[in-house]
Write a protein that binds this ligand. Structure first.
Ligand SMILES: [Zn+2]
Length: 590
């Protein structure tokens, strides 16, 4: 019979032995004049691994784990071994690369060699595994100012020989995305063409039709780059890779799904500055910011941001986490997936056995002060989060509802007692992203009667209304080189919140209908999303048209026949983008 204790002891012993070996190798490295590397926690670069064939790597006791344009980082156990030296010499000559040697443990080598299993079907001999060149990307970035430039350059690439075409097309795709500040690159094969699209400030634009020849080869290249299995074409896969684009490291999260006309690829460009957002940077109205500062100082409670995918919820939560992060507190997150690294915060990612619910229970045993759980999806997560908030933890999460006030009935729908909400919930926030007018080209104009009427109606309900007078100056989008002809550059959040107080608690218990809760929360003096958005329109930060794109505005009757806005139909929800990152790109570029 298996002895449980012995098992633990054996595992622990193996762990100690491996720690011991790492320590030993680390101590030896200076004697060889080499840097030490532990490949266990290292994200191996599959392109680098592929430069040395598996049998050679194993016989020489080496592994290539990373590379730059001219150098190859190779880890080894015995730098003076004759076979090792001979193989290194061969690689250096045949690839015209400078080898940077590192010392590593045998455990590291064994671990890294496993990577070859994913590469078996790749044609690592095919020239060009290596040749996506960051320098080329940087060069292309400089000559792309608008969407049309990217298409034009790809057209030119069509004229050159085939071997270079795949590489250059790929370099152009990345360069175009960086130059135009795209958040996602979509490659969608259809029967005849393969569509390349970029998402710019939340909206997808067709950029170019790639031909199938290039596409077929590009897919393998991208899968290799992202560390995916090449011969697996009937399954969804994800991976990530990074490259250096001059002054910044660009991290790409790639996802591939099978389709009837080929594999569809979406690459999200992760921007590390998202993780540095602060409360000051996320455009909260002054009254809301102050309220949030108070909530964040409390030792317990549940703070939930609401909104559809791509409304900036994660960015807002990160800003809250950063605001509550001090030396004396322990913060743990459960995310799906971890997109941005936050300093000083323990971030975990959901997986097969680690769900939001089981993760939350595990995290609670880690004695945290603050917990962020990516999303409240079911009763189990809701109950655990509420329990955590009631037992001395500050808990952050998100819910898919259309408004802040909608969070109350949603939790009740999930099976939470209305009575419990009062003692657990601190605040529900609602938010959307609107595109920010480009400062270089926005143009002032006099508001039409219809526009004036809409804004006046919104302001009538605002707790601190802006007094409107005719003529009213607004701004419109024009388009220039700075904003790639869009008229907008970057995005900003519009926000609302309902705080828990006696009046709100009382209504939630008695009759939790949204309009009643909203009425009870009115004395809190926090503008609604529409009101916050209208203020930003009046300030010239965005347009009424843009506001209407993301949120329903009040209906008005046409005032005069020459009004240029037609009467509104009662659409209750605006379409939202599904594959859209929670980014406030405006801050990245401004
Ligand atoms: Zn502009």
């Amino acid at each position: 019979m298996m002895n449980f204790n012995d098992n633990i002891t054996n595992a622990r012993l193996a762990e100690l032995r491996s720690e011991e070996e790492e320590k030993l190798v680390q101590a030896m490295a200076p004697q060889y004049g080499l840097e030490y590397v532990n490949l266990h926690g290292y994200t191996l670069n599959p392109e680098a691994v592929a430069t040395i064939p598996e049998n050679k790597a194993r016989s020489a006791g080496i592994v290539a784990f990373d590379h730059s344009h001219q150098t190859l980082n190779v880890a080894m156990r015995s730098p003076n071994n004759a076979v090792t030296l001979q193989v290194l010499d061969e690689i250096q000559t045949s690839n015209r690369l400078t080898i940077i040697p590192y010392l590593c443990s045998t455990g590291s080598l064994e671990h890294a060699w496993k990577r070859y299993a994913d590469l078996v079907t790749s044609k690592s001999s095919e020239k060009g595994v290596f040749d996506i060149d960051p320098q080329e990307i940087i060069k292309f970035v400089k000559s792309i100012n608008k969407k049309e430039d990217a298409a034009e350059m790809m057209d030119k690439v069509g004229g050159i020989n085939n071997a270079r075409r795949v590489t250059e097309t790929l370099e152009l795709i990345f360069a175009g995305a960086i130059a135009l500040r795209s958040s996602d690159i979509h490659i969608e094969p259809e029967e005849k063409v393969v569509r390349l699209r970029y998402r710019l400030d939340g909206i997808l634009y067709d950029i170019y039709d790639i031909d199938r020849y290039i596409y077929e080869r590009m897919v393998s290249r991208l899968k290799l780059l992202a560390g995916m299995t090449l011969n697996q074409k009937q399954q969804a896969q994800d991976g990530r890779f990074t490259f250096n684009a001059g002054d910044r490291e660009v991290e790409i999260r790639a996802s591939v799904i099978p389709g009837s006309s080929g594999e569809s690829i979406v690459m999200r460009i992760l921007d590390p500055s998202v993780a540095s957002f602060t409360l000051e940077k996320i455009d909260l109205s002054p009254v809301l910011r102050e309220a949030m500062m108070l909530e964040l100082k409390k030792p317990n409670g549940l703070i939930v941001t609401t909104g559809p995918t791509g409304s900036g919820k994660t960015t807002a939560l990160y800003a809250f986490l950063r605001a509550s992060h001090t030396e004396g507190v322990k913060i743990i997150t459960i995310e799906n997936p971890v997109e941005y690294k936050l300093e000083g915060i323990v971030q975990t990612q959901t997986g097969d056995d680690y769900t939001f619910a089981s993760g939350l229970r595990a995290v609670l045993r880690q004695d945290p002060d603050i917990i962020m759980v990516g999303e409240i999806r079911d009763k189990e997560v809701a109950e655990t989060a509420i329990h955590a908030a009631q037992t001395g933890h500050l808990v952050f999460s998100t819910l898919h509802t259309n408004s802040a006030v909608g969070g109350f009935p949603r939790l009740i729908d999930l099976g939470i007692e209305p009575r419990i909400l009062g003692s657990a919930v601190s605040a529900f926030l609602g938010q959307r992203l609107v595109r920010r007018l480009c400062n270089e080209c926005k143009q002032s104009y006099q508001a039409s009667d219809a526009e004036f009427a809409i804004l006046a109606q919104i302001m009538a309900g605002h707790p601190k209304p802006v007094i409107l007078e005719k003529p009213l100056t607004l701004y419109k989008a024009v388009g220039c080189a700075t904003c790639s002809g869009q008229g907008y550059k970057g995005r900003m959040g519009i926000f609302e919140a309902v705080l828990m107080d006696k009046a709100v608690e009382e209504v939630v218990i008695r009759d939790p209908r949204e309009h009643l809760i909203l009425e009870a929360a009115r004395p809190q003096g926090i503008p609604t999303m529409v009101e916050d958005g209208a203020e930003k329109v009046l300030r010239g930060d965005t347009t009424l048209e843009e506001l209407e794109r993301v949120i329903e505005l009040p209906k008005i009757n046409p005032i005069s026949p020459n009004t240029n806005i037609p009467p509104r139909t009662g659409a209750t929800e605006k379409p939202t983008d599904n594959n859209n990152p929670d980014l406030f790109l405006s801050h990245v570029v401004n």
